[in-house]
Write a protein that binds this ligand. Sequence first.
Ligand SMILES: Nc1ncnc2c1ncn2[C@@H]1O[C@H](COP(=O)(O)OP(=O)(O)O)[C@@H](O)[C@H]1O
Ligand SMILES: [Mg+2]
Length: 273
Amino acid sequence: MNPQPTNAYIDIQEVAHSFVKAGGQGALPVLQATSLSIRKGELISFIGPSGCGKSTLLNVMGGLLRPQSGTVLLEGKAIHAPSPQRVAYVFQENALFPWNTVMENITVALTFQNIPQNEQKERATQALSDVGMLAFAQHYPDEISGGMKQRVALARALSLETDIILMDEPFAALDEQTRMVLGEDLSILLSKTQKTIVLVTHSLGEAVFLSDRVAVFSARPGTIKEIIEVHEDHPRQSDFVTSEKFNNLRNQLYSLLHEEVKKTIKNEVHIKP
Ligand SMILES: Nc1ncnc2c1ncn2[C@@H]1O[C@H](COP(=O)(O)OP(=O)(O)O)[C@@H](O)[C@H]1O
Ligand SMILES: [Mg+2]
């Protein structure tokens, strides 16, 4: 299919993908034709059963994976390769270099992007300050907690000053309290920027708390089953979490997901009656 003209900021058009199984034993379809228009400045979450193709779609959006069919357009132009000037990534595994300090982990990333040295320190200092980690600039990754490492990974993404950040389960390895505080800080931080964020998460609460919209995926081969809108100003306050609105949205997501997760697990586990 040829890309269709579009006014969307990011336009996912009929993207579908299968992986070749190990040993060349046929293909595993992971993503059915999926379309989605993303607005500039919004935070949209992808939520869905494990293995339904969320990371695959994120990788297509980042230009890291060429889909078997379909296209992703960024401001009308097809994405064929990574574009580090425009798109930054934050992964679950924070991928900090253990031999570099927190500060160096950021300046090294800026060196890769050919940012002049005098600007590197300035950007890194600002980004570390934004995530509350400036006091730890001279620490090594081994000397800070998991939550702090993810803050540094976020600072690194912010320092690249891209318009788009793709986040693949950035808080998944953290305990619930740490995620909660990080989520609140992220909401404050993002309300000050015009960045467009795509967040893959397993957490229903996190999706509702942070997102403008939540795209719920079906079981593999996945596609977007429904999109839930969260009409709530940013930054979100902690009393939003205890509100009826929050709980209704969370419950709505739970029902949508439950069906899909059951399908996924039924295909993997069999309990004999
Ligand atoms: N490079 C790859 N080669 C083969 N199979 C893959 C590859 N990457 C992912 N898969 C498979 O594709 C499916 C979807 O993966 P993924 O997009 O990572 O799911 P999700 O992020 O929704 O959990 C999974 O079953 C996974 O094992
Ligand atoms: Mg994934």
